[in-house]
Design a binder for this molecule. Structure first.
Ligand SMILES: [Zn+2]
Length: 361
């Protein structure tokens, strides 16, 4: 079967590799669509980061490069390994793409398996990936979805769940709360969509006019301001009930000035959730954190959030279609996929990849 294999930075090859067979407790999935993630771009430009190198196997998967890429995917069950009785061939599914040590509690009561030692992802550190025709995945990480969700939109559930967990990290947010999202990249947009689906008023601060337009059109924001043209802190205060600022803010850019704006824009006792990956230390005005009793929190990936995120999509309260800005075949992964996202990232949100030419008709 065809698969996109990561060898090293600037070295991803479309190759023919053997089809996987499902071991006991594994589900064989025929991939329908797989999204390209910012993480994939980082691996391509600056990696290996999550991917193993040629000579250092990942401690859990045991695999070295090359590894198959792709962790945002949807598909249809083609076969079931022994011992699986609660799924059927033909079911539509998405994958929570974790590689986690066997001795970690990954049950429904866990809220920290995603923070366990050497945690990594299917499609980055081994165990196959969505940028291929088929993948075998342990039952635990397979989530059945309604056939009412189109399979292309279902491929966006993985990054949407990142937004869902970020919102969850903010704790109780009564309906009518005001949230400020810094940055309208894919994760900022999806976080905004989750917030609005929960009845929260969303303000997005974003420099790019095209991205602001997308945020409003796609249902990710009620208001979108340019921090170059508008005093975002003042606007957020005006929109808040008592003029004191946003109840919560989400940092989705890893840009210092955005973090500074969020610190100024949240109300006393407000919360700031850091969603982006920071490659360098930030400067934080601790006096402001202290004097407003701000809660500054991190969030990474997701933990037991897939079932609720899938329910939210099934409820129809948010529409994932506007976030799909391109569909390509696997052969065009680098030329039409990576290149577009790296060089034309103002208009591109999610580009989906398929190995099945029929999907593109
Ligand atoms: Zn991702």
């Amino acid at each position: 079967m065809k698969a996109a294999r990561y060898y090293d930075n600037h070295d991803i090859r479309i190759e023919d590799i053997p089809e996987p067979t499902p071991a006991n407790g594994e589900v064989l999935i025929k991939v329908a669509w797989c999204g390209i993630c910012g993480t994939d771009l980082h691996e391509y430009l600056d990696g290996p980061i999550f991917c193993p190198t040629h000579n250092t196997p990942h401690p859990i998967s045991g695999e070295t490069a090359p590894v198959t890429l792709g962790h945002e995917f949807s598909g249809v069950i083609e076969a079931l390994g022994e011992g699986i009785t609660d799924l059927e061939v033909g079911d539509h599914v998405v994958v929570e793409p974790y590689i986690i040590n066997e001795d970690v509690n990954v049950g429904p009561d866990s809220n920290d398996y995603h923070l366990s030692d050497n945690m990594n992802f299917i499609g980055l550190a081994g165990r196959g990936g969505g940028l291929s025709e088929k993948v075998a995945v342990k039952r635990r990480w397979v989530h059945k979805i309604s056939k009412n969700i189109p399979l292309d939109q279902a491929a966006v559930i993985e990054p949407l769940t990142v937004g869902y967990h970020a919102v969850d990290r903010a704790g109780e947010l009564p309906e009518g709360s005001i949230a400020l999202v810094g940055g309208a990249g894919p994760i900022g947009l999806l976080t905004g969509a989750v917030l609005r689906a929960k009845g929260i008023t969303v303000v997005i601060s974003e420099l790019s006019e095209l991205r602001r337009k997308k945020a409003l059109e796609a249902g990710s924001a009620d208001y979108a301001f340019s921090p170059a043209e508008t005093n975002v802190v003042e606007e957020v205060r005006k929109l808040s009930k008592d003029g004191r600022g946003a109840d919560v803010a989400f940092e989705c850019t890893s840009v210092q000035v955005v973090l500074d704006t969020l610190i100024d824009a949240v109300r006393p006792t407000g919360k700031i959730v850091i969603v982006s990956i920071w490659g360098k230390p930030a400067t934080i005005d601790m006096h402001k954190i202290v004097m407003k009793e701000i809660d500054l929190r991190g969030t990474i990936a997701y933990v037991n959030n897939h079932p609720d995120t899938i329910k939210l999509v099934e409820s129809g309260k948010l529409d994932l279609a506007p976030f799909i800005t391109g569909k390509i075949q696997l052969e065009d992964l680098i030329d039409k996929g990576f290149d577009t996202l790296i060089n034309h990232n103002e208009t591109a949100v999610k580009i989906l990849v398929t190995t099945d030419p029929q999907n593109l008709n």
